[in-house]
Design a protein around this ligand. Structure first.
Ligand code: SF4
Ligand code: SF4
Length: 312
């Protein structure tokens, strides 16, 4: 569904940067896009530095490139059910509704497996005996603060061993994405690798999706999966080909057949690989990429204008 302005507010344009797998240069692209927008404005480009969200809560690394100074923190918690054995009739309704098999009834006992629970609250809602209460369980922390060139940086970090990335990403977005602001404000969402639930949560609600891939059969395989995710969510997408020059022409052929615009090509180059390994962004290694990223942004903004804004 698409929408325009809500109640006079100007919601920021949300650009999600994703790739079907890790190691494609997704964070290199996302951080360089953020820096390029922060360094200069032109036309209807960002009129204030963008907000950057590192949604890879299991392995955040964008801070290595954007050097934020964290000023505010907040725990991420989910609500875990607790069963009052004195009230529980062992009817089994809670176990029936739980998609994650996190609550089970064994004989006359109802057990909760905290590590499987997603904190969705369904069991509490359906319990006819009022036997379930909820208690918060901390799974990680959210952090935010200013970064390079005035970028507002935020990230989530899951506690070691916590498997619940999706609620942490959801809370990060609710906490850190501004709901209003100057026209042209941009939010860049650096999605986790893969195509599973955490990625869907990260990109859901974005106005446009920038897919970073490499021109190899593996890259093509993962690009196809992400294009399916984008289609399912109704988000227009564009492609950045990283390490251009290796592999084959399969990605180009796929993009052409699917009507996917290739917005930028980054060549396979030793200087880039070495610079990134030292924590430098692409636009620091090759400043001539900054206007190219701003041009890429303009193409995405036009695409969004044509497609319409996502209704969140
Ligand atoms: S739904 Fe309520 S009463 Fe029924 S088994 Fe679960 S906790 Fe017990
Ligand atoms: S809160 Fe949701 S995930 Fe957790 S036990 Fe209840 S139904 Fe299952």
């Amino acid at each position: 569904m698409v929408a325009g302005r809500r109640g006079g507010a100007t919601p920021p344009l949300q650009i999600a940067v994703a790739s079907g797998k890790g190691g494609t240069g997704k964070t290199t692209v996302a951080t360089s896009l953020a820096l390029s927008l922060a360094q200069g404005t032109s036309g209807d480009a960002a009129s204030s530095p963008p907000t950057f969200l590192d949604c890879d809560v299991e392995g955040p690394n964008a801070h290595l490139f954007l050097a934020p100074a964290f000023e505010r923190r907040q725990d991420v918690a989910i609500q875990i059910p607790r069963v009052d054995a004195a009230k529980c009739t062992a009817c089994g309704k809670c176990a029936e509704v739980c998609q994650y098999h996190a609550i089970v009834v064994l004989g006359k006992k109802t057990l909760v497996f905290d590590q499987l629970c997603h904190g969705c609250g369904s069991c509490t809602l359906v319990c006819p005996a009022g036997a379930i209460t909820e208690e918060p369980h901390t799974i990680g922390v959210l952090e935010t603060g200013p970064a390079a060139h005035g970028i507002q940086f935020a990230r989530g970090v899951l506690d070691v061993g916590e498997p619940m990335a999706t609620p942490a990403i959801r809370q990060l977005k609710q906490w850190a994405i501004p709901t209003d602001g100057p026209a042209g404000r941009v939010v860049i969402l650096d999605a986790p690798p893969g195509t599973s639930c955490p990625v869907v949560e990260a990109v859901r609600g974005a106005d446009t999706l920038l897919l970073v891939t490499e021109p190899t059969p593996f890259g093509l395989h993962d690009l196809r999966l992400m294009v399916e995710v984008a289609a399912e969510l109704g988000i227009p997408a564009g492609v950045v080909i990283n390490r251009d020059g290796i592999g084959d022409a399969g990605v180009d052929a796929f993009c052409s057949a699917a009507g996917l615009p290739i917005l930028l090509r980054i060549p396979f180059e030793r200087a880039i690989a070495e610079g990134v390994a030292q924590g430098r962004t692409l636009v620091e290694i090759h400043p001539e990429y900054a206007p190219r990223f701003r041009a890429l942004y303009q193409q995405l903004a036009r695409q969004v204008k044509h497609h319409g804004r996502i209704c969140r």
